[in-house]
Ligand binder design. Sequence first.
Ligand code: CUA
Length: 326
Amino acid sequence: MGPWPNDPLGPQARSAADIYWIMFVAAVIVLVIVDGGLVYAGLKFRDRPGHVAKQFHGHNVLELLWTVIPTFMVISFSVLSFQKLTVMNDMSNPGMVMNVQGQQWSWTFSYPQEDRFKLIDNTYLSVGEELHIPVNTKVLLKLSSKDVIHSFWVPNIGGKKDAVPGRPTEIWIQADKPGTYRGQCFEFCGTGHADMLITLVAHAQNDYSTWAAEAVKEANRLRDPNTQKGRELFLSLPCVGCHTVKGTQAAGKVGPELTYVASKKSIAGGLLSPVNEENLTRWIKNPPAVKPGTLMPNLGLSDDQIHDIVQWLLTLKCAQNQPKCP
Ligand code: CUA
């Protein structure tokens, strides 16, 4: 990655960068010629004692030149833009098709309905936070929005497309080489807009199925039939707006991440330890009573509901030797 924030690392971004640089260089040349001529003429022909300006009217060659050259430039730019836009808007023959939904304030990436993405509950892999694609593959993203207008943008990979409620849009992306690319929602969508990030991970072709198998395994852990009630309740409550549980649609950034909450040493900012059924129950039942001033509200859940949610949270454990454990 170079010094430019929009260093193109995929064909989509390269198309935009090509147009940008060609027009930029042309604009600089025009600037130098026009402003240079202006300054030169101003100095050479300025009014001064003993100097009488040459009196003439019209100059056919000059007038022809400054009509023909700009016309030619404008036509060339139009043709060039049309060519590049044709490439950028060409949604045909994708190697992979995914659904991408924006909501305040996260993205949900849904993988194709293929066996390699199939989960134990017969749904298909659909996660927030990270978008994983294979390199050198044209990936078509079908964009939608749950609430307001968002915009999908990963500068190095290129393109930028709005996700509009009720109006499907599409964009294709492709990465040249494996790596992690940062992206950002590009349409102001509320107070969490700045945190509506995109992490695009491109895998080498032969690593992609390994990643997919891991992701499916991880997602299946979160779909244990024994904890279904609590999980579905949690995902339907405002909890998801603040907390992230990797592998689910919960991708909030306000509160602590709960992906491996059961492996943590404490909750409530260290007030409640260890993380067991009793402490989780006490916390969820009435957070402000445990920690005055906490941003976590009392949701007024019933004891049964709290029990179900706690049973699910207790399964959010980190496997041994797993990286990134709390
Ligand atoms: Cu979503 Cu800004």
